[in-house]
Write a protein that binds this ligand. Structure first.
Ligand code: ADP
Length: 485
């Protein structure tokens, strides 16, 4: 908007008319004082200022405008009766643009000057906006940088305060921070502390994680600089993400030597104990079987002998499970694989179970024929385990479905019961060693190792396995194994 300042309304009127005809918005003031008041309230692109006015004259108004930050840049066109020394006019008004027009006003000259000033004003305004935005942007970035730095310092202090070895790395896997503990193991931050030659190479696993973006978790033995003894550490490294993009990695080595030793001692005890138990039990079993053969069917003692044999078999299974566990732990659970007819294997297994549990109804669903590569004794162990669990955990139901199907070049086998079922969160853990569901409220005996052994056997058969279940309705334990034909 253009402010026209003149003590004569008719002058204002004629200027207003010319300017508005050419689409310039205008405002007016009848004195220098009024003009100053208006400039404080509004923002003007240009002021057309009459030099001679009663009260404050044009120069005085210009003087005041030049002293105010808000108004010092407004261009001024003076209207004067005679040619005025320009130098005098600009005195004290250094930054604002200045020009003059001699009365009587030539409308063409007025418009030319007004257009020029207006354009200048517009350009300046745009420049100011750009500058302002730039300033904001710089401030924003500075603040963000400052915050990021603060966060980083906070993270470093936290990592310094923990008892583990800790480090951070860039997205390319370059270690860029380590805490004090790190230097007890290696003097350099370029590489990880050297690990035991028999353990997997940390660098290789690290590179895999960096390439895939997946967290790293591995157990490795590392030793302090100058010491001989390696100690087990759990190395974990997690990607730190901002809006789904990895920005850095944070990792730690936790000393787990004590836990490792405790587990080792427990495993050794289990192995020794189960071996020691196995030998006398085998003799007892042989004697009882002998007694069984020596007693006739109508002999009252035979009932007791059979019951004893049943209990001995249970004990035998338990000890075998414990022995299996120690074999798994020491990597000695090995078995031969050969071509098997699964339908035949299932039929003989179910036959045996039917004799032990004659009151149960084993319903064959599908029952397809398929040849697979596997170990018959171990697969039978899995089937028996699934079925025994179906019997154990479905005390009110007598039906068990045995489902065989061909799915995607795999043989699917499932044992479906109509028992207590398993909640979603527990389903994830049932194949874990020593895991038992406790909240079902139904006290059923067990050690929580059967399914763990099954899972290890199935893994060695390259089989997928799992459970589908609904609490109160029942469960289906299944495996899916590649078939040959
Ligand atoms: P155990 O039966 O000796 O406790 P398992 O390893 O065979 O050990 O099973 C682990 C746990 O899984 C069991 O304690 C039980 O809570 C749950 N489970 C296994 N099979 C079933 C099933 N068919 N129905 C409900 N829960 C089951």
């Amino acid at each position: 908007m253009i402010l026209i300042v003149d003590d004569r309304p008719e002058n204002i009127f004629s200027l207003k008319t010319i300017l508005e005809l050419h689409s310039f918005p205008t405002d007016s003031a009848l004195s220098g004082e009024e003009a100053l008041k208006k400039t404080l309230k509004h923002s003007y692109a240009l002021i057309i200022l009459d030099v001679q006015m009663p009260g404050m004259d044009g120069f005085e108004v210009a003087e005041v405008l030049s002293g105010n930050n808000h108004t010092k840049d407004i261009p001024i066109i003076f209207l004067s009766a005679a040619s005025t020394d320009k130098k005098f006019i600009t005195k004290g008004y250094s930054s604002g643009a200045i020009d003059y027009i001699i009365k009587p006003i030539d409308p063409d000259i007025l418009l030319l000057k007004v257009t020029t000033f207006y354009k200048l004003y517009e350009q300046k305004r745009e420049l100011n906006i750009v500058q302002e935005n730039l300033k904001l942007e710089i401030e924003f970035r500075k603040r963000a940088e400052h915050q990021a730095l603060e966060k980083l310092q906070e993270l470093h202090s936290t990592l310094e305060s923990i008892p583990q070895i800790a480090f951070t790395a860039t997205t390319d896997g370059v270690i860029d921070f380590v805490n004090e503990h790190w230097f007890q193991y290696t003097p350099t931050t370029k590489n990880f502390p050297p690990n035991h030659p028999d353990d997997p190479c940390i660098k290789k696993e690290w590179d895999k994680s960096i390439a895939s973006g997946y967290p790293l978790e591995m157990e490795v033995r590392i030793k302090k600089d100058g010491e001989e003894k390696y100690r087990y550490h759990l190395l974990r490294a997690l990607p730190v993400k901002e809006e789904k993009t990895i920005t850095k990695w944070v990792g730690s080595f936790t000393d787990i030597e004590e836990q490792k030793q405790a587990v080792k001692r427990k495993d050794e005890f289990l192995t020794i104990a189960s071996h020691e138990l196995k030998t006398p039990l085998t003799s007892i079993k042989a004697y009882i079987q002998l007694m069984d053969m020596m007693t006739s069917a109508d002999d009252k003692v035979k009932t007791y002998v059979d019951r004893t044999l049943l209990q001995i078999n249970k004990l035998d299974n338990l000890i075998n499970d414990l022995l299996d566990i120690s074999k798994i732990e020491s990597g000695k659970l090995k078995f031969d694989m050969k071509e098997l007819d699964f339908k035949h294997l299932l039929a003989t297994t179910v036959d045996t179970l039917h004799q032990i549990h004659p009151d149960f109804n084993f319903v064959m669903v599908g029952n397809v024929s398929a040849k697979i590569q596997g170990n018959d004794v171990r697969l039978e162990q899995v089937i028996i385990n699934f079925i025994n669990n179906a019997i154990k955990y479905a005390p009110k139901s007598k039906e068990i479905q045995l489902i065989t199907e061909i799915r995607d070049k795999h043989l699917y086998f499932g044992v479906k019961d109509f028992g207590i079922g398993i909640s979603k969160e527990n389903q994830e853990n049932v194949f874990t060693k020593f895991f038992r569901v406790t909240e079902s409220g139904v006290p059923i005996q067990g050690l929580g190792i059967g399914l763990y052994i099954c899972s290890e056997i199935l893994k060695r058969h390259n089989a997928a396995f799992g459970v589908e279940s609904e609490p109160g309705k029942g469960s289906t334990f299944y495996f899916s194994i590649p078939f040959i034909s």
